[in-house]
Unconditional design. Structure first.
Lengths: 289, 419
């Protein structure tokens, strides 16, 4: 057992990290439930890559720990010099090469469906999102679908509605977003929709999604959009470190069940945004202990 | 080497390494302020009268304090007072009195010993009770302090690096308010502060805090009022001591007097808002927009906006605001509205002015003096709002107005190119 301590220590640490990943789906540390039409494609690629990397992680780390254990602390033992092993080198070049080639080909379909402009379906709902340090502003057109969406993205109209931090759409709608940033790099990340897109200064970047589930309903009597249940709070985050307030650059995704419910909400929100009288709402509720 | 020795060495290495790595695991949780921390007494110059000039350059990043110190240079002509010149005993008295009345950052309060009932009522109505303030200070520390500073001086660690500089609450001055103009010493109403938190301020570094819990925004509002009251009492107690006019009574009496006045102003402001006239037009009323344009551009009229918003704000120079910082009349063709873009927000600014930035209010209230105005128009205030709202959108303007604002050469260009 002489000098074997470190190999045992690292073996235990690696085993523990492997096990913590292995049990994470069971304890809720895994990906949030997918609600996007193209989510399965993304998840498939994710699992394929995870499978490959897990296999090689276990293989190489096991070899490493075994070698540390087997050859530790042998005073006087002579090292063996390996001056090249052609077959072995061929093997560890060809196998990863083949895997990379497979991934490169396997992702083409998903990339095409999600990112190709030519393949983007016709939009049912268009909005323009502006990132800044540190919040999101969602600009909604008067109609869900402005006539010339690309022009509208660059040229705001007088009846647009600006809403900080809230993205509203409805289930099954093809939503097109034109993403901009006012200052530095940001990245619009919707984990439940498996969608992530960097925002680059000076560029307007189109992206799209279609939500297959809903989480919100507009309550006409309160004038609020209510989440169906607390576990369905779908967060929008910034996925590109953008400064000191990066952590708080959040938003919420509200997917309404039907287009009508969305339109009801939109009408209400537009009325507030075009208000010509002070809001009736009294000062908000006081804090409760 | 025996295995016992090698094992002992391994344990030693791990004992050193693990504590070094632990901070990365635990992260940082920003709770309440440390209980022993007190609000530091003001040390930066008090701007009593900002320079009256306009200029084309603004303050460089990180140069706020340097900029304020130089306001009183003869070539600028501003007036400042330096709190460092306060006598030691007065400093101590002010510090002690403020701590006694306003507490500490961890335990903030607005407490007047033996106050009359109506003062207590005002404190309650403004929600300045200790429970609310204590919670507010925790939220403030986490989200606001890094720009607005511990005392609300706008000099937190990130404060000097952003432009425009974060608001310094200690002067009791605020820009975006719906408070009636008849109120003396206008303060924002609670809902004004709440709205600013909710939406942030477009075109500045103040982001939206809309996703905070409703009660957190409410607690923050109370805490901002607390900081403003403390800072304003501090400032106006120091001022007579520094400019040589002296105090009539003790420091404590002065602070109590001031606090009573300010509480009165905040309460009165909170209850009295600007009441806009009913909107007398249809959407995009071209005649109304044209009248708004005339009001805006008439250099001698009751509004005369064009005098400061030169070329509709596209060629407006910087000037000094009451904080001593640089401010520029808004470029109204730019479609950025700091105080909010709802018609009512614009109405409030036109009708109430932005006092700290030295933007006067438009005043057509005297129907005798403005007879012609009220004869031609159903409501000249709404005419101005309509024009300001349509201004960034060339296609929304009547042809002659568009030509005058954007020039004839753009006539055939696409709207995109125009802007």
């Amino acid at each position: 057992m002489q000098h074997k301590g470190w190999s045992i220590f690292f073996g235990v640490v690696l085993l523990a990290s492997f096990l913590s990943v292995a049990i994470s789906p069971l304890v809720g540390w895994w990906l949030p439930a997918n609600v996007s039409s193209f989510g399965p494609d993304v998840d498939y690629l994710y699992y394929v890559i995870l499978g490959f990397t897990t296999f090689f992680f276990v293989l190489t780390e096991a070899l490493l720990v075994w070698a540390m254990y087997r050859f530790a602390g042998r005073p006087g033992a002579k090292g063996v010099y390996v001056e090249g092993h052609h077959r072995l080198e061929m093997l560890w070049t060809v196998v990863p090469g083949a895997i990379l080639l497979y991934i490169a080909i396997a992702q083409i379909g998903a990339w095409e469906r999600i990112k190709y402009q030519a393949k983007t379906p016709d939009a049912d709902l268009v909005m323009q999102v502006t990132a800044r340090q540190w919040d999101w502003t969602f600009r909604y057109a008067d109609e869900p679908r402005p006539k010339d969406a690309r022009t509208w993205a660059e040229l705001p109209a007088i009846d647009d509605m600006y809403l900080p931090d809230e993205l509203h759409c409805w289930k099954g709608a093809n939503v097109r977003i034109y993403l901009k940033t006012q200052d530095v790099l940001h990245s619009l990340f919707l984990p439940q929709l498996r969608l992530k897109q960097d925002a680059l200064p000076g560029k307007t970047i189109p992206m799209w999604f279609n939500a297959t589930d809903f989480n919100a309903r507009f309550n006409e009597s309160t004038g609020q959009c209510e989440l169906m249940d607390k576990s369905k709070e779908w967060e929008i985050t910034c996925a590109e470190l953008c400064g000191g307030g990066h952590y708080r650059m959040r938003g919420l995704l509200y997917v309404h069940e039907t287009k009508d419910d969305y339109l009801n909400w939109l009408k209400h929100a537009q009325k507030a945004a075009r208000s010509r009288q002070p809001e009736k709402k009294a000062t908000p509720i006081a804090a409760k202990d | 080497m025996s295995s016992a020795v090698s094992f002992a060495r391994m344990v030693r290495v791990l004992c050193l390494a693990i504590p070094c790595l632990l901070p990365f695991v635990s992260g940082c949780d920003l709770g309440p302020y440390p209980p022993e921390l007190t609000y530091p007494l003001r040390s930066d110059p008090i701007v009593t009268s900002p320079p009256g000039l306009t200029r084309w350059d603004t303050t460089l990043p990180g140069q706020l304090d340097n900029h304020i110190v130089h306001l009183s240079d003869p070539e600028l002509g501003g007036k400042t007072l330096d709190p460092a010149k306060l006598a030691g005993d007065k400093r101590q008295q002010i510090d002690q009195t403020l701590n006694e009345i306003f507490g500490t950052p961890a335990k903030p309060k607005v407490y007047l010993k033996g106050a009359e009932d109506d003062v207590k009522k005002q404190i309650d109505a403004l929600k300045l009770d200790e429970t609310t303030l204590e919670k507010g200070s925790v939220v403030y520390r986490r989200h606001c302090m890094h720009c607005h500073g511990v005392t609300g001086d706008g000099r937190g660690p990130t404060g000097p690096w952003v432009n425009p500089t974060p608001r310094d609450y200690r002067q009791g001055l605020f820009k975006f308010m719906s408070t009636a103009v008849t109120v003396n010493n206008r303060k924002p109403r609670r809902e004004d502060i709440h709205r600013t938190l909710e939406h942030g301020i477009e075109g500045t570094s103040m982001p939206s805090f809309g996703l905070l819990e409703e009660h957190e925004k409410d607690e923050l509002t109370s805490y901002v009022i607390h900081l403003s009251l403390r800072g304003e009492c501090e400032r106006y107690t120091m001022e007579p001591l520094l400019d040589g006019s002296g105090l009539e009574g003790t420091v404590r009496e002065k602070v109590v007097d001031l606090l009573t006045d300010f509480l009165q102003a905040w309460t009165k402001s909170d209850t009295e808002g600007i009441k806009p006239g009913n909107f007398p037009y249809k959407e995009n009323d071209q005649a109304s927009i044209r009248r708004g344009y005339t009001l805006f551009t008439d250099p001698k009229g009751s509004a005369s906006c064009i005098n400061c918003h030169v070329d509709f704000g596209r060629q407006a120079p910087f000037r000094y605001d009451k904080w001593g910082t640089m401010v520029r009349p808004a470029n109204l063709t730019g479609n950025v509205f700091r105080g909010g873009r709802r018609p009512i927000d614009i109405y409030w600014r036109i009708r109430g002015g932005i006092d700290p930035s030295q933007m006067p209010r438009a005043d057509f209230d005297d129907k005798g003096a403005n007879q012609a105005l009220w004869r031609d128009s159903a409501d000249p205030y709404w005419d101005l709002v309509n024009f300001v709202q349509a201004l960034p959108y060339p296609s929304m303007l009547p042809d002659d107005v568009r030509d005058s604002v954007y020039g004839r050469r753009h006539e055939k260009a696409t709207e995109h190119a125009q802007r």
